[in-house]
Write a new protein. Structure first.
Ligand code: HEM
Length: 322
């Protein structure tokens, strides 16, 4: 009980710190657009009940937005050589949900609610809808004016990254090793295309199986091979979490411990004693994961935010106002 109180009080104080560090504040739209958060939640809820792939898409969208140019909706901009055109972003989705929310908000409170805030709030709601913690996040992010494909590669993690490479990138965003382990827990929902993990095993022309990456459980790898045969369409996907794919829970960490992490970068979290201990702690205690998730999510959605007079409030998320 005492431990729980300490963890919760750390979480509450981090909410307090983050509300001021970045020039963001809670209920930023209280006067200018009081129903903004309700509207976003409503649209995320209805979109997710029509299409269960939406929560996973929205959660990945905020990660890819925040790591490139900060959480400024630069990923929403359409055009030649914008972030969306980089292969690393090809399978990112959920844009239409953000645009739907923006459309309603523009009718209700024109040029007030940023696309960057909609992305962060929608991802927060996606986690809640999937059964995860509902995190209160500050708002007041402004939309960026720059979106360059060339900024994507240096700022987005690849599944082939080593622990050191991942830690280096996360550190450069102000996120710790603990944040890396916690935010990787996002892979408790959503899907992946076969090419994201196919290199971990091999299927010869006669359909025979060879395990390449020995950190992967071989029965699980055989299952993956069946779902992703060489003949599979490029659009084929598998669930990130083979056990509870639609639920935001701590199953991801339990999967890791039995060598069922889908990506090489997931399995890498077991390579070092310190991160392995964190994985075990979260596998054993969902509440601990949820409390820590709330803090890490606040940090993620605060990366490089633009506030005050920086950037603008776009009228549509796909293009700048100019
Ligand atoms: C730490 C390194 C990470 C790597 C290497 C990584 C890599 C990937 C890859 C390759 C996919 C599959 C994409 C596809 O084939 O469609 C994926 C999916 C996903 N990732 Fe990550 N990711 C990382 C961290 C994160 C973080 C921090 C978050 C969010 C906080 C996140 C959220 C997701 C979600 C929700 C999906 C499922 C997307 C969907 O269902 O459409 N990932 N990730």
């Amino acid at each position: 009980m005492e431990t729980r109180r300490v963890i919760l009080s750390i979480a509450v104080s981090s909410l307090f710190v983050f509300s001021f560090v970045d020039g963001l504040s809670f209920n930023f739209y209280a006067a200018s657009c009081p129903s903004a958060e309700f509207i976003i939640r409503d649209i995320v809820t209805s979109s997710s009940s029509n299409d269960p792939s939406i929560p996973g898409k929205l959660l990945r969208l905020v990660f890819h937005d925040c790591f490139v140019e900060g959480c400024d909706a630069s990923l929403m901009l359409i055009g030649n050589n914008t972030e969306q055109t980089d292969p690393g972003n090809r399978s990112v989705g959920g844009y239409s949900v953000i645009e739907s929310a923006k459309k309603v908000l523009e009718m209700l409170c024109p040029e007030t609610v940023s696309c960057a805030d909609i992305i962060a709030l929608a991802a927060r709601d996606a986690v809640g809808i999937a059964g995860g913690p509902m995190v209160q996040i500050p708002t007041g992010r402004r939309d960026g004016m720059v979106s360059l494909a060339s900024n994507v590669r240096p700022n987005i993690v690849d599944t082939s990254f080593t622990m050191d490479e991942m830690v280096k990138l996360f550190t450069s965003k102000g996120l710790s090793v603990l944040d890396l382990v916690i935010l990787s827990g996002a892979h408790t929902i959503g899907v992946a295309h076969c090419n994201a993990f196919r290199g971990r095993f091999q299927e010869d022309t006669k359909g025979r199986f060879t395990l390449i990456d020995k950190t992967l459980d071989s029965n699980y790898a055989v299952e993956l091979m069946k779902q992703c045969p060489v003949s599979a369409m490029a659009s084929a996907t598998v669930n990130n979490d083979p056990e509870t794919p639609m639920v935001f829970d701590n199953q991801y960490y339990r999967n890791l411990l039995v060598h069922k992490g889908l990506f090489q970068s997931d399995s890498a979290l077991l390579n070092e004693n310190s991160t392995r201990t964190m994985v075990k702690d979260f596998a054993n205690n969902q509440e601990l994961f949820f409390v820590n998730w709330s803090q890490a999510f606040l940090k993620l959605t605060s990366v490089g935010v633009k506030t005050g007079n920086e950037g603008e409030i776009r009228r549509t998320c796909a293009s700048t106002n100019a």
